[in-house]
Design a protein around this ligand. Structure first.
Ligand SMILES: C[S@@+](CC[C@H](N)C(=O)[O-])C[C@H]1O[C@@H](n2cnc3c(N)ncnc32)[C@H](O)[C@@H]1O
Length: 344
């Protein structure tokens, strides 16, 4: 076991798991690279010596691409890493996986609309783990839902620079899609390290975090960052486990002013963010939400579920590992980057 790090065996197991459960079927380049890392003693040594949380595949692979390593060829990439270990280590220590995917709005939108329909006024949205704020801009995107029997359901402005395709399926799918994006009277994000969507360095790092074969996502990211650079969704620096309550109070005050005392609803949204907390952190977030009388709408990996919402009634098949939940109700399964939604 390395100082502050993990054992080589644990790192190897993690990369094998990533190759099989996450990359397979989505990125052959990352699947091959992860399998090669899992079997390479020198790379495992480098990773095992990193602080906890810094040895993860998405971070290493993003850093390799940032430095121009030949990731398409695993043997060449690992040989390159042997010569450039210090640079890659510095990048991994300096940066983190802040992948921002606007398409996650497509899997959260039906829940947002469901909440709005039960509410006597507009919504105030507070996103925790907001990165560059792309998932705060529900009303800027055009949603193109592909229906199970063929046909499409379009939501959002007739003209948008960014279109989000999402295949829907499951219980009453067509009926559960909203006609329009609900009114959002106030919005703000909270992030340990808010990103500026106009900053060239940030934009390049975010592009390095999009998996190699996901060209459509990379293009969408560039367009969505352009929109965010114009609209400037506010993302404040702070830790969601300790700094959420004052932001929820601000959101409530704003709704009281514009909609009348106690009207409308404050909703805390989160996507691929609570996975960065331990059970204690998730419980602190949950408590802040409850104490503020706010709602919670999120899409997260299966592993963080028990701390958020009851398990859905059927077995998870491993093919669609994210779950959308609204308060205590599981609503749907979702593809991790927002391209598909299966209502429960
Ligand atoms: C993978 S990104 C997801 C961004 C966005 N929600 C999305 O789905 O596109 C996770 C974000 O959570 C942030 N984060 C992690 N732990 C946090 C904490 N304790 N408080 C606030 N933000 C945190 C990270 O900085 C990062 O920007």
């Amino acid at each position: 076991m390395a100082e502050n790090g993990s054992s080589r065996h644990a790192v190897s197991t993690r990369y094998l798991g990533f190759a099989r459960a996450e990359a397979a079927g989505s990125s052959a380049v990352y699947e091959r690279l992860a399998l090669a890392v899992a079997a390479d003693e020198a790379t495992l040594d480098l990773l095992a010596a990193l602080p906890a949380g810094k040895a993860q595949p998405n971070l290493l692979f993003g850093a390799l691409r940032w430095h121009g390593a030949p990731v398409q060829d695993p043997a060449a990439a690992l040989a390159w890493l042997l010569d450039h270990g210090d640079e890659v280590r510095a990048t991994v220590l300096q940066r983190s996986t802040q992948t921002n995917e606007a398409a996650r709005c497509a899997v959260l939108l039906p829940g947002l609309a469901e909440l709005a329909a039960r509410t006597d006024g507009p919504l105030a949205v507070v996103e925790v783990g907001a990165s560059a704020g792309l998932c705060l801009l529900y009303d800027a995107w055009r949603y193109r839902y592909a229906l199970p029997g063929g046909g499409e359901h379009l939501v959002g402005p007739a003209v948008s620079d960014v279109e989000l395709p999402c295949a829907v399926d499951g219980l009453g799918a067509a009926q559960r899609l909203p006609a329009a994006v609900p009114a959002i009277a106030w919005r703000a994000g909270l992030d340990l390290s808010p990103l500026d969507p106009a900053d060239a360095d940030t934009r390049r790092w975010l592009e390095c975090l999009v998996w190699p074969e996901h060209a459509e996502r990379a293009e969408r990211l560039r367009l969505a960052l352009d929109v965010a650079a114009r609209l400037r969704p506010p993302v404040l620096a702070g830790d969601m486990t300790t700094d959420l309550a004052p932001l929820l109070a601000r959101a409530r005050r704003h709704l009281d002013e514009v909609a009348g005392r106690g009207r409308g609803a404050v909703v805390v949204t989160h996507s691929a963010a609570l996975v960065y907390l331990g059970a204690e952190g998730r419980s602190a977030v949950r408590q802040a939400i409850e104490e503020a009388g706010a709602h919670r709408l999120g899409v997260e990996g299966w592993a963080v579920l028990p701390d958020l919402a009851p398990q859905p009634p059927h077995e998870h098949d491993g093919g669609s590992p994210f779950l959308v939940s609204l308060d205590d109700a599981p609503l749907a399964l979702a593809a991790p980057h927002g391209s598909a939604l299966t209502f429960l």
